[in-house]
Design a protein around this ligand. Sequence first.
Ligand code: ASP
Length: 407
Amino acid sequence: MKEKKRLPLATQIFIALVLGIITGLCLQSHVEYAESYIKPFGTIFLNLLKFIVVPIVLFSIMAGIISMSDIKKVGSIGVKTIIYYLCTTAVAIVIGLVGGNLFKRFFPVLETSELSYEAPAGAPFMDTLVGIFPSNFIAPLSEATMLQVIVMAILIGIAIILVGDEAAPAVKGINSFNSIFMKCMEMILKLSPIGVFCLICPVVAANGAAILGSLAAVLLTAYICYITHMVLVYSLAVKSLGGMKATDFFKGQLPAMIFAFSSSSSVGTLPINMKGCEKMGADKEITSFVLPLGATINMDGTAIYQGVCVIFIAACYGINLTLPQMLTIILTATLASIGTAGVPGAGMVMLAMVLASVGLPLDGIALVAGVDRIFDMGRTVVNITGDASCALIVSNMEKKKAIKKNA
Ligand code: ASP
C-alpha cells in the first residue's frame, strides 16, 4: 500500500494558524461560540503540554548528564551553558529596555485619575535563590516547580555517574523512560495544528482587528528588539564561538523557529530543536543537556518582552522609570525569565514579578494581556534560538578542547 504523503508538521501548524485567524475574524460577532466550543480544545492541548513538561525535563536532563559519564565534562559544559544563558539574557533585557525607551513616544498615555503607584519594593532575590532547592522529592514534580526539578535531575544524574556500575540498571531505566516520554511528546505535538487553531481563534474573535490597532506600537517595538537580539547577539556568538556562518545557523534553525512561532512553546519545540541542532553538527550528548535546560531557564525573548512591556506600562501610566529602577528590572527580569515555564503565556504571568519589583501597577498587565499571544509567538522563537546557539557553541568549544587534548 502506498503511504499517503503528509504535509510537514510546521506547514500544518502554519496553515492552522492562518485558518484560526480567519475563523476568529468571522466569529467576531459570536465570541461566545469561540469561547465555549473552540477554546476548550486549545486548553486540552495546553494541559497536555503542561503534563509532559516535568517528565521531559527530568528524564532528558538526567539522560544528558549520564551520557557524558564524566563529572568533569558535566561541570565544564554546565558552567559554559549557564554563563552563556545568563549573559545573553541580561543583554536581551537591556535591548528590550533600550528599544522601549526609544519608541516610548509612540506609546499612549492613559487617562487614569488615580495611579496606584507605590514605592519600589526590594527584589526578593534571596527568596528566589532558596526556592530553587527542593525540600521534598514529590512536590516539585507534582507542582511542576521547574527549577527544583532541574536541580533534582542534575543531582541524581551526577550521583548515577559517581555510583558507577551499580547504577547500570538505573541508567537503562532512565534512557528508556526518556525515549518513552519523547514519544509521548511527539504524539502530543501531532495535535498541535488543532491546538494552535483552537488557541488563536478565540483570541482573534474576542479582540478582532483592534488587537493590532492600539497595541501596534508596542508589538512592533518588541518584534524589532527580538530581531535585533537574534541578528546581533546570536549571529555574532555563533560565528565567533561556534565556528559557524550565521546564515547557515538561521537556515538550519528555520523549522524549529516556525514551530516555535506557531506553538508558542519552548518545551513543545524541544524535539524539533534537538533534531535541528544535531543536523547542524551539535554533539548529541551536549544537545540533550543544553536544550532541555534552556527550554526551561533560558528565555531571552521573554526577557526582551518584559523589558519592553515594563516601559510600555510605565508610559501608559505616565511614569518615568529611573536608572536604579531599570537596574532592578534587569535583575528581576533575568530571574523572572529563568522561572518562566516553556509553555504558552507563561512569560506574561512572570511579568507581574517584574512590575512589582519597581512598584508599577499590576493592572498594567491587562493592557498587554489581549495580545499576549502575538508577543508570545515572537518571544518563543527567540527563546529556542538562544538555546540552539548555546548548544552549537558549547559543542564547538568541547570539540576544540578534545582536539587540543589529543594533539
Ligand atoms: N511561551 C514562551 C516559551 O515557551 C514562554 C513565555 O511565555 O514567555 O518559551
